[in-house]
Design a protein around this ligand. Structure first.
Ligand SMILES: [Zn+2]
Ligand SMILES: [Zn+2]
Length: 140
């Protein structure tokens, strides 16, 4: 069964194949716009997000998405107030999290993995190999 979804942008139904939740048409448009942003920044280095948005008629939100995807980076001031870490709210230049949060996030992920890897023992000290066990409710 194909994974059929509504395009996040235009609402059209399409079969989802992973990645950005957009239909082919919008994905193509998105790439096209990204190329224009890239070219604009090439000609106008240090242009602000608002300038790019006005000049190219692409919403600030969409440009922010490119930043969050790590495809663009803000240069200059630390306190740009354009893009914020989704965890602590600190100004960042690219991606979704600041460096500190990225570090603590990967630590968290690691400790979760360690947690999962830890062997589980049942009441009598026997090692259980993950998963579930069937409870024999009727047994004596
Ligand atoms: Zn679409
Ligand atoms: Zn942060």
């Amino acid at each position: 069964m194909p994974d059929v979804r509504n395009c996040r942008r235009c609402g059209k139904i399409y079969s989802y194949i992973g990645g950005v939740p957009l239909c082919n048409e919008c994905k193509r448009q998105d790439e096209e716009d990204f190329k224009r942003v890239k070219e604009y920044l090439y000609d106008h280095p240090k242009a602000t997000i608002y300038e790019v948005s006005n000049e190219l008629d692409i919403s600030v939100q969409r440009i922010k998405n490119y930043l969050k995807q790590g495809r663009l980076e803000i240069i200059g001031d630390e306190g740009n107030l354009i893009l914020e870490c989704e965890l602590c709210g600190k100004s960042i230049k690219t991606g979704r999290f600041c460096e500190e949060c990225t570090n603590s996030l990967s630590r968290d992920i690691k400790s979760t993995v360690d947690e999962i890897k830890k062997p589980i023992y049942d009441n009598s000290g026997r090692k259980l190999h993950g998963g579930m066990r069937y409870l024999h409710k009727g047994d004596k």
